[in-house]
Structure formats: C-alpha cells, structure tokens
Unconditional design. Structure first.
Length: 131
C-alpha cells in the first residue's frame, strides 16, 4: 500500500474509531450495529496506536509547551502517570424504600410500597383478618 492510500485509509479509520468511542458502546457491539468488520477495526486500531506512539517519539516533530511555557523538544519529553482518587461511593447502594400505604392496627404499623407483590399483599391481608 502506498503512502497516500495508507494516509487516506488511516483518516477513514480514525473517523470510524472516534464515532465508536463517542457512542459509548462496547467496540464489538458498535461494530456489529454499524456493519464494521470487528477484525478490521482492531487491525486498524493497532496500526493507528503504533503510528501515534512512533510519532510521539519523533524528534523532528515540533516541541510542546511545558508548564513553564518553554518549548520542550521531543527528545526531552517524558510521559508520567498519576493516580487519581475518585470519591468513594456509599457502600449501601440499595434502593430507598418509599412508603405508599400505612396500615395501623393496634400497636402494629405496616408500611407498604406500590412495588409489593400481589401474593405478599394477600398474605398481609390474611394476617390482619386473623387478629
């Protein structure tokens, strides 16, 4: 494949991959839904990632501006990572109970939600009638 053909195809696949990423869907599901060959998708993903890495190592590319606004040449760039702590979510993620009906009989207080099953509601009624 000549250089121009490769560049055109690379641009085409970059657009496809961006659409996939922006969809929020898993890659294989997105490919199936959009008629894209999963095999080709991952092939081009690997090619484009490798080219992006090689370009990041290319000393002939223009430098980037560092935190002190000085130009940093490619040969002096370093990649670093940091851990980002996310706020912890509450351990209890059970849905909050919402009372739709309150039945009081003597000292008994019974709170019932609209989501109660017919069977449970019938049994509760039987218990209350038995008293």
């Amino acid at each position: 494949m000549d250089k121009i053909t490769h560049q055109v195809r690379a641009e085409h696949w970059t657009k496809i991959m961006n659409e996939c990423i922006n969809s929020g869907m898993p890659k294989t599901a997105w490919c199936r839904a959009n008629g894209v060959s999963v095999k080709q998708f991952f092939y081009w993903q690997r090619i484009l990632r490798r080219e992006a890495f090689e370009n990041s190592q290319n000393a002939s590319l223009p430098g980037i501006v560092g935190p002190d606004l000085a130009l940093v040449p490619a040969t002096q760039r370093t990649v670093s990572f940091t851990e980002i702590k996310l706020p912890s979510s509450p351990q209890n993620t059970a849905p909050v109970f919402h009372t739709d009906l309150v039945i009081r009989k003597g000292d008994i207080v019974l709170e019932i939600s609209n989501s109660v099953s017919d069977e449970l509601l019938s049994r509760i009624g039987g218990i209350l009638d038995a008293e």
